[in-house]
Design a protein around this ligand. Structure first.
Ligand code: HSE
Length: 430
């Protein structure tokens, strides 16, 4: 048998502890799979004394995580600290510079610095592996980079944030309020340290930028992702969605066309007949459209100790076996710079909800605003009428360019009888 592969783990939070546990519990089968032993030789975390429910006694403790980068008894640095910059990035850069492989779950760091890190590790001849960064236990990076490597992928999309999916599912099925469900997600450990990363769509956008790079062989371009979160999704919109045959999901969607690369994260209405509308609770799902393989659907737990540790260890095993693959589908030097497609140029169908005082002529004004921007209405719904009270009016719009919809909504908002900012949710007929 070859000499053991020695790993050093930085960060002993939920995922770090799960990773230690997996090595401890599955040591024998990991050795068989890898053809060599996988040994944890060193660990580092902020608080040595914290109670973690695992035995760390046989590992070297390092107070400073950066020391893992120069620790002679470490072949692979497993970075589970998190954060786009700061010590996590410093550690990864130093580890690569010292000829050590890196395994990380750090989606923010990859979304912002992935291309540079890929160049660095490929120049140093080491691996930079990040299966745990996207969709937890779903082996989506391996699937896109290796399993579907022969395909031209035209679109990759999915439910990439468990916290948002949990909140939206609980609102839709139990009629619960947003804040109440968010608190539960924090208690369950799904939500990020700063939950605004989840509910404002940033976490999903980090993951989408990574998926786009692996799917299309393009340079990471997080800044080009259009991002909207779920703060404005209301129970009223959920009820209308249900009535129209849709469910509301926060999706990340990346697609390529002759215009370039479109990357967007926002709430979507998806038909209840679509499989993705049934992915509920904290589950994630990722769908890839390949030219030969056609549509491939992946679904599973996207967060938590066990699923994320499973992804970390899969990367460690690949390194132990000597697998060498480009970081993002193609070698870093061959990654394409794709033209970003602006959201204003997006074409799609739309749900719009207005709150208006129902009085003669108001519909004529709305119709005139739609006409001015060449937007065509598909259906309209007005369920109740309390004289003098604002009532909800829901319209669905035929496929059109977003610029026109936004122009029409700005005009509609200025109508006297329209008493709130119009709500718009994109319809995705997936
Ligand atoms: N906060 C993330 C989520 C955890 O809710 O999906 C996994 O990245």
């Amino acid at each position: 048998m070859k000499r053991p592969l020695k790993i050093g783990i930085a960060g002993l939070g939920t995922v770090g502890v799960g990773t230690v546990r997996m090595v401890q519990e599955h040591g024998a089968s990991l050795s068989l799979s890898a053809g060599r032993d996988i040994k944890i030789s060193a660990v580092s975390a902020r608080d040595k004394k914290a109670e973690r429910g695992i035995d760390l006694g046989s590992y070297k403790w390092l107070d400073n995580a950066l020391d893992l980068a120069t620790e002679p008894d470490v072949d692979v640095v497993v970075e589970l600290i998190g954060g786009a910059d700061g010590i996590a990035k410093e550690l990864c850069q130093a580890a690569i510079a010292n000829g050590k492989h890196v395994v990380t779950a750090n989606k923010a760091m990859i979304a912002h610095h992935g291309t540079a890190l890929a160049h660095a590790c490929e120049a140093a001849g080491v691996s930079f592996a990040y299966e745990a960064a996207v969709a937890g236990g779903i082996p989506i990076i391996k699937s896109l980079r290796e399993g579907l490597a022969g395909n031209r992928i035209s679109r990759v999309y999915g439910i990439l944030n468990g916290t948002c999916n949990y909140i939206l599912s609980a609102m839709a099925t139990d009629g619960r309020e947003f804040d109440d469900v968010l608190k539960e997600c924090q208690q369950l450990g799904y939500a990020e340290a700063d939950p605004s990363f989840d509910i404002d769509g940033i976490d999903a956008a980090h993951k989408l930028a990574i998926l786009a790079s692996v799917a299309f062989g393009s340079e990471l371009n997080f800044d080009a992702v259009h991002i909207e979160g779920i703060r404005h999704v209301s129970l009223m919109d959920m009820q209308f969605a249900d009535e129209l045959g849709y469910r509301i999901k926060l999706l990340g969607i990346a697609s390529v066309s002759e215009n370039g690369l479109e990357q967007r994260v926002h709430p979507c209405m998806v038909p209840t007949t679509s499989p993705i509308s049934h992915v509920s609770g904290s589950l994630n799902a990722v769908v890839a459209d390949g030219d030969f393989a056609e549509t491939i659907v992946h679904e599973g737990p996207g967060a938590g100790a066990g699923p994320t540790a499973s992804a970390v260890i899969a990367d460690v095993l690949d390194i132990a076996r000597g697998l060498k693959v480009p970081t993002f589908r193609v070698p870093a030097k061959d990654l394409q710079q794709m033209t970003p497609v602006a959201m204003s140029k997006h074409r799609g169908a739309y749900y719009v909800r207005l709150m208006l005082v129902d009085k003669p002529g108001v519909f004529a004004d709305i119709a005139s605003a739609l006409k001015d921007h060449e937007v065509s209405m598909e259906s309209v719904l007005q369920r109740t009428r309390d004289p003098g009270e604002a009532v909800p009016v829901v319209m669905t719009l035929h496929e059109t360019e977003e610029e026109g919809v936004l122009g029409a909504l700005a005009e509609i908002e200025a109508i006297d009888a329209v008493v709130e900012q119009p709500r718009m949710i994109r319809i995705e007929n997936l």
